[in-house]
Design a binder for this molecule. Sequence first.
Ligand code: HEC
Ligand code: HEC
Ligand code: HEC
Length: 357
Amino acid sequence: MTKTLQWTGFLSTLFLALLLPAYLVWLEPAQQEQSLEDYYTRAVIASTDMYAENCAVCHGAQGEGIGTNPALDSDAVRQMSPEDLEKTIARGRFGTAMAAWAVEEGGIFTTAQIHDLATFLQQANWEYVAARTDELGLTPPQVIALDVSTDTLNALSALPNGDLLGEGLQRYAENCAACHGGNASGTLIAPALDTPEVRALSPEEIAARIRDGVPGTLMAPWGDTLSEAQISALVETIIRWPEIMQSGVEFPEAPLADFAATPEMVAAGERLFSIACKSCHGVDGYGSPMAPALNNQIFLSQTPDAAIYQIIAAGVPGTMMPAWGIRLTDDEIRSLVAYLRSWEETAPSILPPIREP
Ligand code: HEC
Ligand code: HEC
Ligand code: HEC
């Protein structure tokens, strides 16, 4: 078969995969079997499930991108050469949250699976992917985003250049508050921005930190996600924070911590674990080639809840362990801590998880 024919075949099976349930009602049993056995149909379904289980958590159920994780439903991806795309998935992108997925690189996918995934990404019908991801219960949780009230926006618009401040505060609540706190006074995982030291930086320096991030820390580069106008609005907002506070504006607040564990939290944590963590940490947290076991006595008996919380929220920079603080709410992370803790009584006493020196 020529390459073109293969691609046409792939396209028509995508179509088939979508309309398959409808077709099956019409077809004879023999034809049904033929359709079902079609290699490409299976490749589409298998790739969709691989995507839902491993990629949706960062790139979104519809490939729309989450936070600084880029959209895959993009012309950039559709126009990438298949070789480059396969290389990106196989080897990851060094120094970013994009892990290497090839078995040879310590990942979980064979060359054939990566080839299917790459073809899939360039041809995907994202509505179907979103529906399938939802059916599997794998649609990622909402990113923490705080709401800025209309009253606040009205109060801001009375200040000089107030519309710019309104824009900046909305972008802040959407993208930054999860780490830097609702009132910019800092959290467990990120420093305060409402300080004289930050205000002493030049606007261009602040803009550069937002645009380029701070390499090797949780501060990711926002230059591909936010426009220059939005970054300028954020800089203005950070520099004029005390003035904004003095004008009586109500800031959205991030909820506070509490380590109580109810059965409901444990159940919620179990669901979330199977969506966001199982692909690396294995079934019931027993580990996989991608990540160490969490379900073991030594780790659980030596790591306090607060430390587990911090690791989950902040990730482990320089490793494949993502920072979940930006994607999960405080309650969701707490429920994960409660679920991990619930293993402690029955956990096997195996060696502590392997770490790089
Ligand atoms: C922990 C989060 C995370 C997961 C899980 C993840 N990615 Fe990524 N991915 C990223 C980030 C971050 C980037 C951007 C890297 C960079 O800055 O170059 C990226 C980049 C990519 C790109 C390049 C996009 C472009 O426009 O250059 C592709 C393709 C991709 N990922 C595919 C996948 C596939 C397929 C999976 C599942 C097997 C996956 N990713 C899982 C975070 C993730
Ligand atoms: C995932 C958590 C996270 C998110 C989300 C995040 N930041 Fe940060 N940010 C950090 C951390 C951690 C640092 C400290 C980096 C370092 O050690 O220098 C930082 C540093 C900064 C600095 C430099 C402060 C200084 O004292 O030099 C600025 C400015 C900043 N962030 C602005 C933002 C803005 C604006 C947003 C939203 C668009 C944002 N951050 C989103 C974690 C985050
Ligand atoms: C892309 C793969 C990946 C995903 C997804 C992932 N982790 Fe991890 N995680 C890792 C790796 C790799 C490490 C080991 C980091 C190191 O070398 O210290 C780790 C470490 C950890 C640790 C610390 C273990 C220790 O011994 O210090 C905890 C706790 C943890 N992960 C929890 C989670 C939770 C909860 C989730 C889901 C919300 C999750 N991880 C999702 C890859 C992942």
